[in-house]
Design a protein around this ligand. Structure first.
Ligand SMILES: [Fe+2]
Ligand SMILES: [Fe+2]
Length: 173
């Protein structure tokens, strides 16, 4: 599997979690919304942790061979990773601050996170990746392809495990 296929699988997985969080936040019963959103957030925030690490590793390794356009696209994506990490930490803070999630704060935060991720995934898929696809040598790519596939396989297994825990935590869903 190519490194870009793995990265786009990761995007789909994270985007699916955003969809589940948004669905929880539309639940009219505040008690149910708080309970379910907390469970989904725990999974989402773990999945987001380390999202940029693999990408930075992949693109930094080929940096010397990149065009100035590709280097600019990478700098923008790295800036977005920092902004996403700040949003992730805000959500971690919200989770840790109170046993009962503050929905009035979580709803706008979830909207900002969804908007930032949508723009970020789109920038990566449409601008960064096409610029980098021809940069690396085939042997370098083979190693990266394997590492990216492993990372996404591990992430999928972890997410499956977390869902099992969430389903046990939320009986009747
Ligand atoms: Fe990214
Ligand atoms: Fe990405």
């Amino acid at each position: 599997m190519s490194v870009f296929q793995s990265l786009s699988d990761e995007h789909r997985l994270i985007w699916g979690l955003i969809g589940r969080l948004e669905a929880c936040l539309q639940e009219p019963d505040g008690r149910v919304a708080r309970r379910d959103a907390r469970a989904v957030l725990l999974v989402l925030l773990r999945a987001l942790q380390g999202h940029g690490e693999l990408e930075n590793m992949i693109f930094e390794r080929a940096e010397g061979a990149a065009s100035s356009e590709a280097a600019r696209a990478l700098a923008e994506v790295e800036r977005q990773h920092e902004a996403l990490e700040a949003l992730r930490l805000e959500a971690v803070d919200l989770l840790e601050k109170a046993a009962d999630l503050d929905l009035a704060r979580l709803r706008p935060l979830a909207r900002r996170l969804a908007g930032a991720l949508r723009a970020h995934f789109s920038d990566e898929e449409r601008e960064l990746w096409p610029l980098w696809k021809n940069v690396e040598s085939r042997s370098m790519r083979r190693g990266l392809d394997r590492r990216a596939a492993e990372r996404v396989k591990d992430l999928k297994a972890e997410v499956r495990g977390w869902w099992t825990a969430v389903d046990e935590y939320l009986p009747g869903r």
